[in-house]
Structures are given as C-alpha cells and as structure tokens.
Design a protein around this ligand. Structure first.
Ligand code: ADP
Ligand code: ADP
Ligand code: ZN
Length: 214
C-alpha cells in the first residue's frame, strides 16, 4: 500500500502517518524528519536545507526528489510506505510518478487531511517534537505523560524553529501556492481521499482505517 499524506503544515499528517505505519507495518517516510536529522548531524544537506526551512520556504526540488526516490526503492518499502511531507510541489509529484511507473507501480491513496487555516496557528504553537524518534505532541490536545519528555523514547522535546507564528503564516502561504494544487493532481489520478482533520486524533484515524480497510 503506497500512501501519500496531503494537508497544510500542522494538519496532523505526521500524527496520522505514524499510526498508519504502525497498523499496516509499513515505513513512515517524512522528508521533514530526514532534513531535521541531517541538520542535527551537521551534514551538507542539513546545512543547505536549514537555510530554506528557517525561512518557511520549501527546500529546492533538486535536494529533495532523489532522496525520496532512493528511499522508496529500498527493500523495506517493498510492501508499501506512507510518505509524509512529500510530494509538496507538482514537479515532485511528477518525478515520483515517473519513478514508480518505471517499476510498474503507482500511488494507491493520497489522503488529504483537511484543517482550516484558522486552526493551524494554534496547532503549531502548541506542537512539541522529538528529534530523536520523530514523535509529535501538542501541549493541550496531545500532552506527554511528563512535560517536555518524549513518551516513546525519553528524549527532550523541542519547539521547532519554524513553528513560530510569523514563520507559520509564511508556510501556510507556501502551502496554498505550491502544495495545494496536488489535491487536484491526485484527484485527476483517482487516488484522492479526504478526511476531516479537525476531529479528535483517534476519530481521524478511524476515518482513515475505514478508507484503507482493516
Ligand atoms: P510540517 O510537519 O509542518 O508539514 P515538515 O516537517 O513536513 O513540516 O517540513 C518542514 C520543512 O521541511 C518545510 O517547511 C520545508 O522547508 C522542508 N520540507 C519538508 N519536506 C519537503 C519537500 N517535500 N519539499 C521541499 N521542502 C520540504
Ligand atoms: P503535520 O505533520 O501535518 O505538520 P502534526 O502531525 O505534526 O502535523 O500535528 C501538528 C500539531 O497538532 C501537533 O502538535 C500534533 O500533536 C497536533 N495534532 C495532530 N492531530 C491533531 C488532532 N486531530 N487534534 C488536535 N491536535 C492534533
Ligand atoms: Zn522520542
């Protein structure tokens, strides 16, 4: 099962993608997590990506596409995967489709998690992230057992540099301009499904499972 998560920054793509990956035993591939791991490890890619991420801009396609195409060709992706944060531009989607087509494969579902812009700033200001394991929490909606500590791996949580309200506004604009057109793109390929992302995390997941099948 090859799944793509679509939705605004903060819509809950990562939260749902992790639950999908656990339930269906497929890898969760988050380009944001890959970039943040590279930044943490001080790699060349990390240095380049950070310049864009801190400004709320997209990392250029040249630095992003090959990374993902190589990743989904790996052995553990044989039975499928859930892509979170990729594609984010039409050229990225076209590159992915072309690479899959060469292997006789295709995207099965593009799940659009719908959350209005009004809710996004609140979601982002309360978001806390674990860079060690990729888990994400919310100080009000999805709190950890111990404040500031990851339930899953015990590492300290961070407030992402790009979750400041001014940067979030910029990221929302970038989303509407560059990423939202993917909704029509995947609708045209008859793989688009939509869920109401304003519902409780578990209810959103229930809706997704109804679509994917138990
Ligand atoms: P969010 O969870 O808020 O949607 P991500 O963690 O997916 O954010 O991404 C954080 C940042 O990483 C983006 O704002 C962008 O700068 C960069 N990024 C992640 N994925 C991509 C991509 N597919 N193309 C370009 N930039 C990306
Ligand atoms: P994305 O990957 O789309 O940027 P995240 O999964 O990181 O979004 O979620 C953004 C923030 O909203 C996080 O703080 C997360 O804990 C919280 N969140 C996710 N899903 C829900 C939900 N259904 N209701 C309330 N808050 C949520
Ligand atoms: Zn963790």
């Amino acid at each position: 099962m090859k799944i793509i998560m679509l939705g605004a920054p903060g819509a809950g793509k990562g939260t749902q993608a992790k639950m999908i990956a656990d339930k269906y035993s497929i890898p969760h591939i988050s380009t944001g997590d890959i970039f943040r791991a590279n930044i943490k490890n001080g790699t060349e890619l990390g240095k380049k990506a950070k310049e864009y991420m801190d400004q709320g801009l997209l990392v250029p396609d040249e630095l992003t596409v090959d990374l993902v195409i190589d990743r989904v060709a790996q052995e553990d992706c044989k039975n499928g995967y859930v892509l979170d944060g990729f594609p984010r531009t039409i050229p990225q989607a076209e590159s992915l489709d072309a690479a899959l087509e060469k292997r006789g494969e295709k995207v099965d579902y593009a799940i659009n998690v719908e959350v209005p812009d009004e809710n996004i700033i609140n979601r982002m200001s309360g978001r806390r992230a674990c860079v060690a394991c990729g888990a994400t929490y919310h100080i009000v909606h999805i709190p950890t057992k111990t404040e500031g500590i990851c339930d899953r791996c015990g590492s300290e949580l961070i407030l992402r540099d790009d979750d400041k309200p001014e940067t979030v506004t910029k990221r929302l604009n970038v989303y509407h301009e560059q990423t939202q057109p993917l909704i029509d793109y995947y609708n045209g390929k008859n793989v688009l499904v939509e869920v109401d992302g304003t519902r409780d995390m578990k209810d959103v997941f229930g809706d997704i499972v109804k679509i994917l099948g138990a």
